[in-house]
Design a protein around this ligand. Structure first.
Ligand code: 4AD
Ligand code: MG
Length: 429
């Protein structure tokens, strides 16, 4: 039988064998403590002199940090122990040693830790953040799967630019040239006509030569698209979705949030509906604090923080100027200088986590926009077909997973929100 630390509550009073790694050790003459981690939790194993195997007590000092071990003992309830249970240990066996483990309890610089990311993932906070990420991914799938959406994942090799040509990674595709996908959106517009409500979830790539705490080169995005939704339906879907994710993490990942020292009161109030600001209203708020902001421009990180600091829940900004948005955004019929776009800004200065809007469904206008954006008409022939054969109003959005994980975990940088981050200037490990 295999025993896992997270299941110890089922085996109180029984003798179990745990396999894992040495997280920490300490001890005195008569009693020794081993903190054992197995990935599912951390268990305190106590060796009492006279009570445990004599050899085990004598050899205790040979336990090195991160050595792989097998420990046998009796499960006891102990509220003061991490996880609420401990092991009254009888014996241990070193399955494989770990000499001079590089990440010690002392402080290390970020560069050192990033170079050792393959080991750093074993540390408590990193482990907690990735568990929260995993919960968020499960929440994403269950939200859409439970609402009649069909998962229609988009290709990663693509012939088209979706989010502008300046951040494309290009690669050889036999005799052709291909790009790594910046977004699955255009494909979701096609599958929305086939399935009505769809989403894709996968890695996306942007060759952004910027080192900020919000940008990754490779990041994961979930992108729903719904036939016959307009801008307002889209915001409603997005706020229900974000509320669902946050509340589910709060329900299922309390221990991890505690390890991350997250102030969860700031998450408990994340409930729909979220406030909505027209771009013009948002710029008035920004101008009170940032006099240099130019109306008509996109927001910088500090501008987003100025807006979000006014609210205790995420805030939508909609109707961005058409001139600063992608070619596929539908123009506001009442005033074409604004688009039916929306971004969702997270609380506490975490910035944009969602970008989306209603799509241009008129063929003539779409073709005009493709030309204005200097894109190749031929590349978009399949996409234009969607406007030729039963064009339909539709809207969707993309939520960036890493920014969402950073926000929910309260982490200062997206590099800790994905197991192996790809950053500008970092490809290893
Ligand atoms: O606002 P973006 O560029 O929107 C799109 O790609 C749309 N095509 C999505 C759609 O409507 N289906 O990106 C969406 C989200 C951002 O709000 C942000 O959370 C995340 O993706 N994102 C990044 N995350 C990490 N690193 C980067 N370089 C990111 N670029 C965008
Ligand atoms: Mg955006």
């Amino acid at each position: 039988m295999r025993y896992f630390i997270e299941d110890l509550h089922k085996f109180v009073g029984e003798t179990v064998e745990l396999k894992g790694w040495v997280y920490n050790t300490r001890g005195s003459k008569k009693i020794k403590f081993l903190l054992l981690r197995d990935g599912t939790g951390i268990c305190q194993c106590i060796f009492f002199q006279g009570d445990c195997d004599e050899q085990a007590f004598e050899n205790f000092t040979s336990l090195n940090q991160e050595a792989c071990v097998k420990v046998t003992g009796v499960v006891k309830e102990e509220p003061r122990s991490p996880g609420g249970y401990e092991l009254s240990a009888r014996s241990f066996e070193i399955l494989s040693d770990s000499i001079d483990y590089p990440i010690t309890p002392k402080e290390h610089g970020v560069d050192f830790l990033m170079n050792h990311r393959h080991l750093w993932l074993r540390s408590k906070k990193q482990h907690a953040a990735i568990r929260v990420r995993s919960e968020i991914i499960a929440a994403i799938r269950s939200f859409f799967d439970g609402r009649g959406f069909t998962c229609t994942d988009a290709p990663i090799f693509t012939p088209n630019a979706c989010e502008g040509t300046s951040t494309l990674f290009s690669t050889q595709y036999f005799d052709d040239k291909a790009f790594l996908s910046q977004s699955g959106q255009l494909y979701m517009e096609a599958t929305a006509a086939a399935f009505g409500k769809v989403y894709c979830f996968g890695p996306t790539f942007r060759a952004e030569k910027s080192k900020t705490r919000r940008h990754l080169i490779e990041f994961w995005m979930v992108e729903p698209e719904v036939a016959f939704n307009d801008l307002y339906d889209n915001m409603e879907l997005a706020e229900q979705f974000v509320e669902y994710i946050v509340q589910r993490v709060l329900t299922n990942r309390q221990q991890e949030l505690k390890a991350l020292e997250r102030d969860t009161s700031k998450l408990e109030c994340i409930k729909a509906p979220f406030p909505r600001l027209h771009y013009k209203e948002a710029t008035e708020i920004i101008l009170k604090e940032n006099k240099e902001f130019v109306v008509g421009d996109d927001f910088g990180g500090t501008d987003e923080t100025i807006i979000s600091s006014q609210f205790d829940r995420p805030v939508f900004v909609h109707h961005f100027p058409t001139a600063i948005k992608a070619f596929y955004m539908k123009e506001e019929p009442e005033d074409k200088t604004y688009s039916l776009s929306c971004d969702l800004l997270a609380t506490e200065g975490y910035g944009e986590i969602i970008g989306g809007g209603q799509r241009e469904d008129n063929l003539e206008i779409l073709e005009k926009k493709i030309k204005e954006h200097d894109l190749n008409m031929e590349d978009f022939s399949w996409y234009r077909d969607l406007r030729k054969y039963g064009s339909f109003p539709h809207a969707g959005f993309g939520l960036g997973i890493e920014r969402t994980v950073a926000w929910i975990c309260g982490l200062p940088h997206v590099r800790e929100t994905i197991p192996f981050p790809r950053l500008y200037g970092r490809l290893h490990p």
